[in-house]
Design a protein around this ligand. Structure first.
Ligand code: PHE
Length: 468
């Protein structure tokens, strides 16, 4: 099996793919609105702390586990001990569930490219209604979601180097260029400096315990950690690559794009006197409104912006699909194409339910939530956090320290001066920090039935996953 295992074609290709996974809706949609809701600059300072202390260590650990085993999430844990299979299985299930709603939002972004260019978002007052009517419609969002999912299928079916890597190499640089263009327009608007001040002048009086939890949770989601995604990508890395520096570059790029998204949005919002704490509607409602007030260039900029959002989402959902596909290839010897078709077929059914749950099927709930919220809450609030904690415990307390050192220094041929620091943070600090986040996050879930259901899934996996 090992001789046939796929590999990245180049270091740049791997970096673009891994950064592509990290940079997604989390950066461009979620990060700015969380920043807006949590007081701006102070949230950013705490977020940076979480990213570079905890996120970077976990990413380094995921790369090490993946490359050491040469296997994707389930296989990597399983090759150590069958008792750990469930941690990998939980990751695959997380990827599967996130793919139950992420393509729906990806489809919205796709639709908004078309709506921008065709002038449907040109009337500022109507944009809120346009969004509400669009996501609640029975057929239109489904069509866009299916198109979005088909693009994913086409990329992942082509494999690691030919599909995922090639797409990342084209899409990620495009994203940077578009973002810089929009930033330039945003910061040159009259009155935009208030937005920059909001972002970069920390006001710590707004900080409380919840701010830390929001920042740490966001760091995990944004860096694609806690579900075996970076284990899987690490498993395709060749032995010459330096893991710590690659992890640093991916982390820095992800954080850079999040900050850039903030700089692209807040100055424009402040210039037009809009609310920074607008919440999840920020991207699809507030931004088009801002664009619509920019005159003739508005629709074009708006179209570019949603193209950018779509690109970011695409390179992330491709990595989510790959986690599931890699599991089927590694553990069930399934041919790649078949694995892609089967998993995406199931995902499309979940996405149809998710999309309809925001409109015609909003009455149909399970444990108090519709399908969209079901997949979202289970993964974001329960599975990712627990997955991340399990990984830190696995690496810190079960893997051999010498093996980790060997992997992170490429068999002693390259320096990793911070090894001890990394090891101790991963072993002692991270499990405790995540335990606090997970506990606070999970107990704060309002739908208690759903919370218990999520924990039950983990328990069932822990008991039955040895056969996977
Ligand atoms: N990091 C991605 C984003 O920011 C989401 C994601 C999470 C992708 C987990 C893969 C794994 O949108």
């Amino acid at each position: 099996m090992t001789e046939k295992r796929e590999n990245w074609g180049s270091r740049f290709g791997f970096l673009m793919a891994a950064a592509g996974s990290a940079v997604g809706l989390g950066n461009i949609w979620r990060f700015p609105y969380l920043t807006g809701e949590n007081g701006g600059g102070a949230f950013i300072v705490i977020y940076l702390f979480c990213v570079f202390l905890i996120g970077l260590c976990i990413m380094t650990a995921e790369f090490a586990v993946g490359r050491r085993s040469g296997l994707a999430a389930v296989g990597a844990y399983k090759s150590y001990s069958k008792n750990w299979t469930f941690a990998g299985a939980l990751g695959v299930l997380s990827g599967f569930f996130i793919m139950g709603f992420y393509p729906v939002v990806g489809g919205w972004a796709l639709a908004y490219i078309a709506k921008s260019f065709t002038g449907l978002l040109a009337v500022p007052e109507a944009i809120g209604d346009v969004f509400g009517a669009f996501i609640g419609a029975p057929a239109e969002p489904l069509v866009w979601m299916i198109i979005y999912l088909v693009i994913n299928v086409l990329i992942v079916a082509r494999g690691v180097a030919g599909g995922i890597e090639k797409a990342g190499k084209i899409l990620m640089p495009t994203l940077f260029v578009l973002l810089i263009f929009i930033i330039f327009r945003s910061v040159t608007l009259p009155g935009s400096s208030a937005g920059l001040e909001f972002l970069f002048k920390p006001d710590f009086s707004k900080v409380n315990g919840q701010t830390f939890l929001a920042a740490l949770g966001q760091a995990f989601f944004s860096l694609s950690l806690g579900m075996g995604c970076m284990i899987t990508y690490g498993s395709y890395l060749n032995k010459e690559e330096k893991l710590p520096s690659n992890a640093f570059i991916v982390t820095a790029m992800d954080t850079g794009v999040a900050l850039m998204a903030g700089v692209a949005m807040f100055p424009a919002m402040f210039a037009f006197g809009m609310e920074p704490a607008a919440g999840p509607g920020l991207v699809f409602v507030v931004l088009p409104t801002v664009f619509a007030q920019m005159g003739a260039a508005g629709p074009i900029l708006s179209g570019f912006f949603f193209l950018l959002l779509c690109i970011a989402a695409l390179t992330s959902s491709v990595s989510l699909l790959e986690v599931v596909v890699a599991y089927l290839i590694d553990q069930h010897k399934m041919p790649r194409k078949k694995a892609v078709y089967i998993s995406s077929a199931i995902m499309s059914v979940m996405c149809i339910l998710s999309s309809l749950s925001l409109g015609v099927m909003s009455g149909a709930t399970f444990l108090g939530v519709g399908a969209f919220d079901f997949f979202d809450i289970l993964t974001d609030k329960i599975f990712l956090a627990i997955g991340g904690m399990l990984l830190a415990i696995f690496v810190g307390w079960f893997m051999k320290k010498e093996d980790l050192k060997d992997e992170l220094t490429n068999g002693g041929t390259v320096e990793f001066g911070l090894f001890e620091v990394w090891y101790n943070i991963t072993k002692y600090v991270i499990p405790v920090a995540i335990a606090i986040v997970a506990f606070a996050g999970i107990t704060a879930i309002q739908q208690k039935g759903l919370m218990i259901f999520g924990l039950l899934i983990i328990a069932v996996l822990a008991v039955f996953s040895k056969k996977l």
